[in-house]
Design a protein around this ligand. Structure first.
Ligand code: GLU
Ligand code: MG
Length: 465
């Protein structure tokens, strides 16, 4: 034990020396709160070894912060007392390409005695990954990042004003090359910054809404996927600032328009072999993969409280907006909440599934952890996927949807939070302290926006994530 600690200390010192040699002055240690906001403490590069050894102090009250920086309380958390320690994950320390002099690392949260903080979302994601591994399953996951870019108001490149009219720096059509031409330097800088930071960019394209783009990155283990999406988002933000632009990752940038999703892609492996490539199985799905996906599908109403955590999320969740608002699955169906992607038949890693409903207000660690918990519950309870849906359920009549057994997912945060409150598998997986804190934050967000019009909700949340 002592020699391991000494080894770690040595590694941390070497890392700090390397960072200093690269010109890094400060390291940003981020964690994501239950409202989906990446909060931060920063340390000088030469303090990194000390931070890795003893952690950096941080109040547990952030577990009950809401997206407007108000503070609520749960049975276990809230109030001014107590302290936690943030421990940077040294394996993920990354020099930031668009913030010269800065590096970043995600952090885990422990109490003063060195015990895991029960509401630490990153450790929840790791626990669920380990639970899957104990069942012989390996998961690869990745998030898609969608964002809307606007010009920053002159003189206030990082201002957070809520209701100024949006000034788009590109005018080209959805998915059109014109947008790429108009913003070619900016988009090049985004992909370059990501790639020098070790993020493997798979593709980037203009999306449907005005000023909207999407970048997808390579899958990794679930905790890595959640870390990556934090890094991707902060990198896009930083490159935007350097170009006099602003990036909105909010679920609904303008109420009534297509919003920003943050879809979660996942694939399952056993002993290194994809469970989406089983010979002679329907859709190539091994029984465990089918049960896992059935578990996710069944838990979606409760999962929405984690993957779609803001009242603004429900402005985005409209039928026929490719956001997946019905509780159904489909093969390559972009209106199904759970989309199966079969991929090219000769690609051993091509098959995977996508939870389309989630957005970037979600804490990605909670999202991956809860999806794994739901999938494992699906296996334990021998769930089976129902028949897949083709076409857009939103254009079917009420009666036809009922005949096919398709129900609408929660259309309000209240409904989703009620489902999470009653979900025994998610309560068990998250534990009382984390589950209670998440619910307290959801209830506070509901109350805060209860009287607000859609436009006001979109404006108030536009620059929060
Ligand atoms: N922007 C859509 C959403 O709100 C998704 C478009 C797509 O399928 O990538 O999720
Ligand atoms: Mg997209």
């Amino acid at each position: 034990m002592g020699s391991r600690a000494a080894e770690q200390r040595q590694e941390a010192r070497q890392l700090a020396a390397r960072l200093s040699a690269e010109g890094v002055r400060n390291v940003a240690l981020t964690w994501v709160d239950n409202a989906g906001i990446a909060r931060v403490k920063t340390v000088p590069a030469e303090r990194l070894a000390a931070a890795a050894e003893r952690g950096v102090g941080m109040s547990p009250v952030f577990d009950v912060f809401t997206s407007d920086d108000a503070i609520t309380a749960s049975d276990h958390l809230g109030g001014p007392d107590g302290d936690l320690r943030l421990f940077p994950d040294l394996e993920r320390v990354t020099t930031l390409a668009a913030q010269p002099g800065w590096a970043w690392a995600p952090a885990d949260r422990y109490d003063q005695l060195g015990l895991p903080h029960p509401a630490c979302q990153r450790q929840f994601a790791r626990r669920m990954t380990e639970r899957a591994a104990a069942a012989g399953l390996e998961l690869r996951m990745g998030f898609e990042t969608e964002w809307v870019v606007t010009r920053a108001p002159a003189g206030h490149p990082a201002a957070t004003g809520a209701d100024e009219p949006l000034d788009y720096p590109c005018t080209g059509p959805a998915y059109g090359m014109t947008r790429v031409v108009e913003l070619s330097d900016y988009l090049r800088d985004v992909t370059e910054a990501l790639s020098v930071q070790g993020i493997d960019v798979l593709q980037l394209h203009p999306e449907y809404a005005p000023g909207q783009f999407e970048v997808t990155t390579a899958p990794g283990d679930p905790v890595r996927a959640a870390d990556d999406v934090v890094l991707v988002r902060e990198t896009i933000r930083a490159v935007s600032v350097r170009h006099g632009l602003r990036a909105s990752f909010a679920p609904s940038v303008v109420a009534g328009q297509v919003g920003n999703g943050c879809h979660l892609h996942l694939s399952l492996y056993r002993d290194g072999t994809s469970l989406h490539r089983t010979p002679d199985a329907q859709w190539g799905l091994a029984p465990d993969a089918s049960a896992f996906l059935g578990g996710i599908l069944g838990a979606l109403p409760a999962l929405l409280a984690l993957g779609c955590p803001s009242p603004a999320s429900y402005l985005r969740l409209q039928p026929s907006h490719w956001a997946g608002v019905y509780q159904c699955w489909g093969v390559e169906n972009r209106e199904a909440a759970l989309r199966l992607i079969t991929g090219a038949p000769d690609d051993p890693d091509g098959g995977h599934a996508e939870v389309k409903t989630f957005d970037a207000a979600a804490n990605p660690y909670l999202a991956v952890g809860a999806v794994i918990a739901a999938g494992l519950h699906g296996i334990e309870s021998a769930t089976r996927l129902p028949e897949p849906q083709t076409g857009d359920p939103g254009v079917l009549g009420v009666r036809e949807r009922a005949r096919r057994g398709i129900v609408r997912l929660p259309a309000t945060l209240t409904e989703a939070a009620d489902r999470l409150e009653k979900s025994a598998p998610l309560y068990e997986a998250m534990g009382e302290v984390l589950h209670g804190a998440v619910l307290a934050v959801r209830r506070a967000e509901e109350a805060h926006f209860a009287e607000s019009e859609d436009d006001a909700i979109a404006a108030a949340t536009r620059w929060r994530w």
